[in-house]
Write a protein that binds this ligand. Structure first.
Ligand code: GTP
Ligand code: MG
Length: 253
């Protein structure tokens, strides 16, 4: 089993991509299951095979701890750690190639709380990968793109598993916007040039920063994808395969 975590800022398209990617895998004859790790979600576009809400629910936490929605989200995220073993056990009964893991809307709940690490440890890090969804609206401007890379780096720094950046909802971008973003993601120099036109950023950021981000693997070519069209799913698959097996295809068992 390979575990793929879909991580991104609120509304970046995680749940839609999990759904679209599963559909795509099914079309290729590859089996996968989905896991919802968002204890506060109300509507999910797919039917999760394993759902953290069977153990922890934000509305229950609000009631029993007398908390507001934000405080309850944090407590719920922490409570997930207690159920990590049960979650792992419930996954054991499946025989599948890929486990697609949808993470909470608020990225900090997954990236900055301990429970995600506990869950990752429990499921196993050896066959795991993390897909970071970059928001297309943020990435449109050079400074927004830098912010996205910095956030990706912050998330990457927390988890020692293979890391991939997908430019989510790519259908929302005009051709020239998409090209610009891909160009920035391929060359720190071109990003630096684009930034040079903007006030202050030149003072704040040196090309050395991008080079350092490149070294740790956070600054790399983004793969555009759209759950809506759908598009780019094959590229995501190829990227994962390359990481897992050095490019070999998966068999169904
Ligand atoms: N145009 C377009 N819209 C998309 C795409 N993927 C998702 N959306 C829309 O973006 C919104 C958020 O999508 P979700 O899949 O719920 O995103 P999420 O990251 O799971 O959201 P939270 O879990 O609430 O943080 C919805 O209105 C989706 O219909 C896409 O590829 N293209
Ligand atoms: Mg979601």
């Amino acid at each position: 089993m390979r575990f793929i975590y879909f991580v991104g800022t609120a509304g970046s398209g995680k749940s839609s991509l999990v759904y679209a990617f599963q559909e795509w895998l099914t079309l290729q004859g590859l089996d996968s299951i989905t896991v919802n790790l968002d204890p506060g979600v109300e509507n999910i576009p797919y039917q999760p095979d394993v759902d953290i809400r069977d153990w922890v629910r934000v509305d229950d936490v609000m009631e029993s701890y007398g908390l507001g929605p934000n405080g309850a989200q944090i407590v719920a995220a922490d409570l997930m750690a207690i159920n990590a073993k049960d979650l792992a056990e419930s996954l054991e009964k499946f025989r599948t190639n890929y486990v697609l893991i949808d993470t909470p809307g608020q990225i900090e709940l997954f990236a900055f709380r301990q429970s995600s690490e506990v869950i990752m440890e429990e499921l196993g890090k050896e066959d795991a990968g993390l897909i970071f969804l970059a928001d297309p609206n943020l990435c449109k401007s050079p400074s927004g793109f830098v912010s996205s890379v910095m956030l990706a780096a912050t998330v990457h720094f927390r988890f020692s598993i293979p890391f991939f950046t997908v430019l989510s909802k790519s259908d929302l971008l005009k051709e020239e916007e998409l090209e610009a973003i891909l160009g920035w993601s391929e060359s720190p120099e071109s990003l630096y040039d684009a930034l040079s036109g903007t006030i202050d950023s030149k003072v704040l950021l040196s090309i050395e920063i991008f080079k350092a981000l490149e070294t740790i693997g956070a600054y790399k070519k983004v793969v555009p994808a759209s759950a809506l069209e759908p598009n780019g799913l094959e590229d995501i698959y190829a990227m994962l395969q390359q990481s897992f097996e050095g490019g070999e295809d998966l068999s169904n068992d």
